[in-house]
Ligand binder design. Sequence first.
Ligand SMILES: [Zn+2]
Length: 135
Amino acid sequence: MHDFLRISCAVFDRLLAEARANPEIECCGLLAGRDAVISAVLPAKNALQSAISYEIAPEELFALFRRMRAKGLEHLGIYHSHPKGDNAPSPLDLERAFYPHAAYVIVSPNAGASRLIRAFRIIEGRARELSLEIV
Ligand SMILES: [Zn+2]
């Protein structure tokens, strides 16, 4: 397990664009890549259409995993935005983190945020922040 997360510059920009496209609703989706470098963003619909939580419908999630495998990519992360407040995991994020091997990436659409994109590993309800490395 790494203490850092490598993402491409294009992914960084794409995540900000996703979060800012609809700043009233949490955006969400999967992150994929190869050799521990995230190189692809697979946006999903927030089934809850909420500003404070997100959920990807199971059928969409399965379709995204299929698309990822078809492209030979590994599932490396899950992202969502926090339209308001800090981009640290919420109690609900901690409770619903079902992928211990994935990085949980939280994006802030607010230009004034101290860090626009933060990443965490969440295991058994506990979050550990990962340093972002733009490659
Ligand atoms: Zn959240």
